[in-house]
Design a binder for this molecule. Structure first.
Ligand code: GSH
Length: 280
């Protein structure tokens, strides 16, 4: 692992790293915010919150625009911000912003040419986790996961599939059911193929119906989000949670859109939601 940048922030450290990923078959970058509670020589480990970003993003969006360092420092939690896909000249791409690089959808592609590199779910859970817990003072027994839009959906699915690993979960403006909206239908057809039976393992609304978790899920979405009706469709997830008995607090926030101005406005509630569970 190579450290590309490191800055002191709110008494802690924001650092950016690169490593060669076996699963994604390319160099991958990620950022870590280490809170000030981790001091040199200390053996104390802190809870970890994974933040999965949305379409077109990399580690930088949340670290530069959400203001989460101040809150993570106050709560004493570590934040890991991975990239949203494999990247590089050797990695397949598409001219559209919602496919290819920057649009990995936190799944393992089965279709050529994507299947060589696009394994973001396994990359996070197997490869990046192992690296992060070897190199940083995060506590592997106290992990939460959250994200925005495509990443909010990714957080929901990874929590539902690994509830013992990601004990707390929340989402900002998540896609509720990719299998039923244009962003997801395009990505799933491309990465997983035409057979829709192969999609259900990657759809949060279908997953929660089959395997609800014991966690309390927090979700915030703005009612002025331009993607609300066509791409996010909160009601699909809310209904599925109700039917499955999944504990959920889904807040529709008046006046907010899909941007980081919204995320910055509610992220404190989200980090506090995770910290209360992970530090409880
Ligand atoms: N308007 C964007 C759509 C993509 C988008 O809104 N991306 C969201 C995540 S789904 C985002 O966070 N963008 C980066 C940012 O606002 O910093 C485009 O056409 O490129």
């Amino acid at each position: 692992m190579e450290t590309i940048s490191s800055w002191t922030s709110f008494g802690g450290k924001l650092s950016v790293h690169q490593h060669d990923s076996e699963l994604c078959q390319c160099p991958m970058q990620f950022a870590v915010y280490t809170p000030p509670q981790v001091t040199a020589g200390s053996t104390e480990k802190v809870p970890v919150i994974w933040y999965l970003s949305g379409l077109t993003c990399n580690w930088s969006n949340v670290m530069e625009k959400s203001g989460l360092q101040r809150i993570a420092a106050k709560l004493g939690v570590m934040i890991i911000a991975p990239d949203t896909s494999p990247r590089g000249d050797d990695v397949p791409n598409d001219d559209a912003y919602d496919l290819g690089q920057g649009a990995g959808f936190y799944l393992s592609a089965t279709q050529e040419p994507w299947s060589t590199h696009f394994h973001m779910d396994r990359y996070l859970v197997e490869e990046l986790s192992a690296l992060v817990f070897k190199e940083f003072a995060g506590d592997a027994d106290r992990q939460g996961i959250m994200g925005h839009s495509m990443g909010g959906h990714g957080a929901l699915t990874l929590h539902l599939k690994h509830p013992e690993t990601f004990r707390s979960v929340s989402a900002l403006s998540p896609i509720a059911s990719p299998a039923q909206v244009p962003w997801g239908e395009k990505a799933f057809t491309t990465y997983l193929g035409d057979d829709r039976s192969q999609w259900s393992d990657y759809d949060a609304t279908e997953l929660v119906g089959k395997q609800p978790s014991k966690a309390h899920i927090l979700v915030d979405t703005g009612d002025a989000d331009p993607f609300l009706e066509e791409q996010l469709r909160p009601a699909l997830f809310i209904d599925a949670c109700q039917k499955a008995g999944q504990s959920l607090n889904y807040r529709i926030q008046p006046g907010y859109d899909h941007s980081y101005w919204f995320i910055a406005s509610v992220i404190e509630d989200h980090l506090e939601h995770h910290a209360a569970i992970l530090k409880g």
